[in-house]
Design a protein around this ligand. Structure first.
Ligand SMILES: [Fe+2]
Ligand SMILES: [Fe+2]
Length: 317
């Protein structure tokens, strides 16, 4: 299990050294190409909002208990794979932002809040991996991961309507919120537990934003329950897909100095991760978040939540 994203990424990667400087302001209606991250936009005179609730400086890096980290090998793959997927967020962001062009509230939030926070998740996890497993060459592994992952990505993974795409994003944030909640419970290292807890809070907040926007679009461009369910299914298929396998493969090859990687090894690694995660996975929270956009009545919810939870315990993660 990893933080799986989507194959809907753009091949034109933003420059990782200047992520924030490439964010464009569209709040004025006319596109302003001035950087927003560090100064106010001169066209619309909005103040850049990068008021993150925490940063890398809030983490007590000295307190990392490498002895605790050294316990299960599966934890390394969970954390490092998550660091890869989060660090790659800017690759599958541009077409999402483009889909909401003209909706200033959503594009502003995506560019000024959501994307910087996702990138920060990648940064904090990368630094954690580099400290906790100092022999692991994160940069080299990430580079080789990107080589393959970029070719695998295509730009057509968005849902056909905004309402459906917002439902689909609720699924993504449900997955990440559940994953980091699990990670915060799995880890014996208080630093990793804190990091995972903070990221989980961000992901739950992201979910709430996407859900609120989904409700807004349901008023003007309604999607039937069937259409929402189709968006869910599409996204769930992507989540269980190829991207986590690609991450695990490149992690394994660098960690084991170029050792051969095959399906059997991959299955074993994923099985070990599942074993570690399953007792701690927040099934009830995950199911409640997942079902919410379906707009079920109280009676249907009372029946469906426990049934779906039983199913989820068999199928997830
Ligand atoms: Fe994230
Ligand atoms: Fe998120």
């Amino acid at each position: 299990m990893t933080v799986a994203r989507s194959p809907s990424c753009s091949k034109d990667r933003l420059d990782p050294r200047s992520k924030s400087s490439l964010l464009l302001c569209r709040s004025s209606g006319s596109t302003c190409n001035r950087p927003l991250a560090k100064s106010s936009c001169p066209v619309c005179a909005t103040t850049p909002v990068s008021r993150r609730r925490w940063s890398l400086d809030s983490i007590d890096w000295q307190a990392i208990r490498t002895d605790a980290v050294g316990e299960p090998e599966a934890l390394f793959y969970l954390v490092a794979a998550a660091s890869f997927m989060e660090s790659t967020t800017d690759r599958y962001t541009r077409n999402l932002i483009d889909q909401f062009f003209g909706d200033d509230e959503i594009t502003f939030w995506l560019e000024q809040h959501w994307l910087p926070e996702e990138i920060q998740h990648g940064d904090v996890l990368r630094r954690y991996v580099q400290i906790a497993w100092p022999n692991f060459e994160w940069d080299r592994a990430y580079e080789s991961f990107l080589d393959e992952f970029s070719a695998y990505c295509c730009a057509d993974g968005l849902e056909p309507t905004r309402t459906r795409e917002l439902a689909s994003r609720c699924v993504v944030e449900t997955g990440t919120a559940s994953f980091y909640t699990t990670l915060s419970r799995v880890s014996h290292d208080p630093v990793l537990a804190t990091i995972a807890h903070r990221i989980a809070e961000d992901e739950i907040r992201h979910y709430k934003h996407f859900y609120r926007y989904f409700c807004r679009y349901q008023q003007t461009e309604p999607a039937t329950r069937r259409a929402v369910f189709a968006a869910f299914s599409n996204r769930l298929r992507m989540i269980s897909g190829e991207d986590s396998v690609i991450a695990i493969k490149h992690l394994y090859k660098i960690r084991r100095s170029g050792a051969r990687f095959d399906n059997k090894i991959c299955r074993n690694l994923r099985r070990n991760s599942r074993k570690l995660v399953q007792p701690h996975f927040p099934y009830r929270m995950c199911v409640q978040m997942l079902l919410k956009p379906l707009g079920l009545g109280p009676r249907a919810r009372r029946i469906l939540v426990p049934i779906t939870e039983i199913l989820a315990r068999r199928l997830v993660p």
